[in-house]
Design a protein around this ligand. Structure first.
Ligand SMILES: *Cc1c(COP(=O)(O)O)cnc(C)c1O
Length: 500
């Protein structure tokens, strides 16, 4: 299988090359040149690792089985994930099951992809005969940064610099990154919001002078953001796996169509669910849930993507995004792989901050997706409500999804069984969750640690060990910069690592 760019102006490449490069040289995103069909039912009695292996085989055709097995065993091991199934599917009631995606080392769904990406990448480097060191550049709205640091720290042949927006991440998220150990890691705070940091990274990738400078010093840039195919692919697996778990739990019959509802930011997780659907997973609607940064809701309803709006900081910060990069891949698929149209829209987006898709493509979106959003009060209300009804604690991102799912039912009366993607442990967002569960007056003036403890006592749920440890760790990273200085920081890092 080969990979082509959504903008059509780059050569087709093998998966190893696509993973190594992260982004295509024409600025587009790499997509497989055909989407394989999967007889998922034959996976029924296999464990998560075996399900993953078979799906990876179909897409990473230039990797050998021993290579894939090595990556899977390193990434999806009992030391790294605290449930044997890697993900866990929990039935809340007749209609609603929760797909817990946060059992990895940083308690966010991004671990599932970022634990395995470094191994894919290391093998990709080997296979392509690359002799440069890979310098991973990451912009993060919170969870990606820590998950990428954990995944890449001390991985031979790689270095990683993480940029996170100042005040754009929770205190615990910042602490998790700033205390990261490892020879090959650097963490920088950027003034501005997530889009500033992400745009800064995009500029570095397209800065020819800087790329040349890196190469001269034996480095090449790559990305661990969800624009990298190696990050998207592992996410497809858990939708198949969760579906089969629902069959095994007698929640659904084989072949029964389910809805999948996903709290969405950069559009990676929901795009993986879309790929699962077109690969043959029985999915009815994909429900795209946003917070008050509801640009995707507007886009899906009107067909106009308009970034000229206020960026709102919410209590579900990993979804505070105005430019959802992976939407480009969806548009590529829905236009019948029309790279001209996709390039034109992306050019308009870059130049004017806005584009409008044609009617036909818009209709296709409406037939597959339902979009909705929820405000801050509704988010907190849902955390409280789900705990009161089911004794089940959720984080604010998951709450956004459940709130939008409720709106979906009201608007469509569709009672198909629904899988809700739960993307983070509630203890990572202890402040907002405590406001919902303990009440405002018990939160005021309390430290993160006190809140976690009280929350744990009140709800009878354990604080994940890795989060408790954070409070004891030393802050190791102290630098911050302006967005326009991100390139300079990267240059300095290269100098430092090459002993200048
Ligand atoms: C990254 C993230 C999201 C958004 O996922 P995308 O793939 O970017 O759409 C949602 N919730 C949490 C907790 C996240 O970390």
């Amino acid at each position: 299988m080969k990979y082509e760019s959504t903008r059509g102006k780059a050569e087709k490449v093998e998966s190893a090359h696509a993973i190594k490069a992260g982004i295509a040289p024409d600025g587009g995103l790499y997509v497989p040149d055909r989407i394989p069909h999967i007889d998922y039912f034959k996976y029924l009695d296999l464990d998560y690792r075996k399900r993953a292996l078979d799906i990876f085989r179909k897409f990473l055709t230039d990797f050998s089985d021993p290579e894939l097995i090595d990556c899977i065993e390193t990434a999806y091991s009992p030391e790294k994930f605290d449930v044997s199934g890697i993900v866990s599917t929990v039935r809340l009631n007749e209609n609603m099951s929760i797909l817990e995606l946060w059992h990895g080392p940083t308690y966010a769904f991004k671990d599932i992809a970022l634990q395995i990406l470094p191994c894919f990448l290391a093998k990709a480097v080997e296979k392509t005969g690359e002799n440069k060191k890979i310098l991973i550049l990451v912009a993060t709205s919170g969870d990606t940064g820590k998950a990428a640091l954990e995944g890449f720290c001390n991985v031979e042949g790689t270095d990683i610099i993480v940029f996170f927006p100042k005040d754009g991440v929770s205190r615990m998220q910042a602490l998790a990154m700033l205390t990261q150990e490892g020879e090959n890691v650097s963490v920088i705070e950027v003034e501005g919001n997530f889009d500033d940091a992400q745009n800064g990274i995009k500029e570095i990738f397209s800065n020819e002078g800087l790329c040349r400078y890196a190469l001269e010093n034996e480095f090449m840039f790559s990305s661990a953001n969800s624009i990298n195919w190696g990050r998207l692919l592992p996410q497809i697996v858990y939708y198949f796996s969760a579906y089969l778990d629902m069959v095994k739990q007698d929640t659904i019959e084989d072949g029964e169509k389910i809805n999948v509802c996903i709290p969405t930011g950069n559009f990676g997780n929901i795009l993986a669910a879309y790929y699962a659907k077109i690969m043959g997973l029985p999915v009815n609607k994909l429900i795209c849930a946003s917070n008050e940064n509801n640009i995707l809701t507007d886009f899906m309803i009107t067909g106009v993507y308009d970034t000229k709006r206020e960026f709102i900081k919410t209590i579900s910060p990993s979804m505070d995004i105005l430019i959802s990069s992976n939407l480009e891949r969806l548009l590529f698929e829905l236009t019948g792989r029309d790279e001209e149209r996709v390039s034109r829209w992306m050019k308009e987006l870059g130049e004017t901050g806005r584009y409008q898709i044609d009617n036909k493509t818009h209709k296709k979106i409406s037939s597959v997706f339902f979009a909705g959003f929820c405000n801050e009060e509704e988010t907190l209300g849902t955390v409280e409500d789900i705990f009161n009804k089911f004794g089940y604690l959720i984080d604010p991102h998951t709450a956004v999804a459940i709130d939008v799912y409720d709106k979906y039912i009201v608007s469509t009366q569709d009672m198909s069984k629904t899988l809700i993607a739960s993307t983070a442990s509630p203890f990572k967002f202890e402040k907002s969750v405590s406001r919902a569960i303990l009440g405002e007056d018990r939160v005021e003036g309390r430290s993160e640690r006190e809140l976690q403890r009280e929350l744990s006592e009140e709800t009878n749920q354990e604080i994940p060990a890795g989060l408790l440890e954070l409070h004891e760790k030393k802050i190791l990273h102290h630098r911050s910069c302006r967005r326009q200085d991100m390139g300079k920081i990267v240059r300095e890092y290269i100098d430092k690592r090459s002993g200048k």
